[in-house]
Structure formats: structure tokens, C-alpha cells
Design a protein. Sequence first.
Length: 248
Amino acid sequence: MPLAAQRASLFLSDLHLSPALPRTTEAFTRFVDAVDPAEVAEVYILGDLFEFWIGDDMLESPFEADIAARLATLHQRGIALHVMHGNRDFLMGRRFARAAGATLIADPIAIDRFSHRYVLTHGDLLCTDDIPYQRFRRVVRWRWLQWCFLRWPLRWRMRLAARIRANSARHGGARMIYSDVNRDAVQALYKRFTADRMIQGHTHRPARHDDGPAQRRWVLTDWELDGTLARAAFLRVDANGESSLEVR
């Protein structure tokens, strides 16, 4: 068996990195530096790596450029990096991917690892009971709307993002608890990909769910080390199974 097939896969999401969260950012950089290529073949970030992303010209800012450069060290060490869009950073594009040494992946997507088929998703698509959010999600994913928005000057986009963040803070901020998933939507996704495992983020409700006979769903934790929750973890999948591990 090839060495890469024996090495582990790591999954994390909802880091919401920003200069305003120095402890969380420091924990993430420690995580990246500690990934051992002798043990780990690939890292998956399933959305909301950043608190917000309003275009790849954000790489002209030191903070975002430093995070991308740090991520690129994974590729340099022979570790594949896969990044999925979240609800806060869906405008990440090819320039970011090149800078980070990453492959942008679809949401949802299925992968086969260690005799199981895993569906990977950020998770917001599963929250179908939140009808206003689903409508909003469809609108902001329109390509022509994104094309127009990305042609605004960066300073205009930054101002709009600041206003949205201020409004979000009044309603719970980045660490708000989102609507939970719809069980029928979860089962439909299992069926669509003929999968027996699922890994998601978004809802900020970290847990392991047994959704049915031989069906297991992991909800990844959001990262929060600058507030009251004090949690940061990732999921490791290897030949021994799945395990949630805390970042120290």
C-alpha cells in the first residue's frame, strides 16, 4: 500500500481567523506547524477559514498574506491542502489557492478513505429549515453579483464588510449558534453520495451523531480561544478510525 494511503487525513472548519483573534490565530499557526508529513497525507478546511473574505486582493494585507504563506508550508512539506468555501469566505478564489498551495473543493464532495465513503460539506446547505438564510445564500452565490462586487474598490468592500460584522456582533457575532441541520437533508446527502460517513462544520455544535445503521456524522468544532468557550479541535481519520483531537 502506498505511504500516502496509510497516512491520516485531518479535518477542521470555522476558524474565523482575523487580526482581532490573536490567540485563535496563534493556535492555528501552531497546528499548521505541527502537522507531521510522516503521519499526515492531507488537511481539509471545510469552510470559514477567515472571519470574512471579500476578494483575493485581501492578500495584499499582511494578516491574510501571512496566513496564506503559513498554509503553503503544508504543500512544501508534501501535505495536500483542500479548502472548501464557507458562508463567510465563499469569495476565496484562484489567487488565494495559489498563495496557500491549496486546492479549492466543491461543497458537497465525497471522498473514500479507509474503507468508508465520507461526504464533506461546510454544513449550511443542510440547514434547510432556515428559509431566509437559504434565500440569502442563493442570492450571494450568483456569479454576476459576485463579479460586480469584486469590481468595487477594496476600501468600499471593507466598509461594507465592517458594517455587516457590526450588525452580526449585535446579533451574537462570529460565535453565534446557527440553525441546526434538517435530518431529511442529512439523509438525502448520504443517499446522494452512497456514503456512510459525513463531516460538516458551520453549526458550531461539535458532536458525533449516529444518524442510522452504519451512518456516522461528525460536526466539527468552531475555534474560539479569544472568548469564553476556549475550544479548538480537529478530526483525525486514519486506519484506526476517527478521533477528535484538541489543539493545545
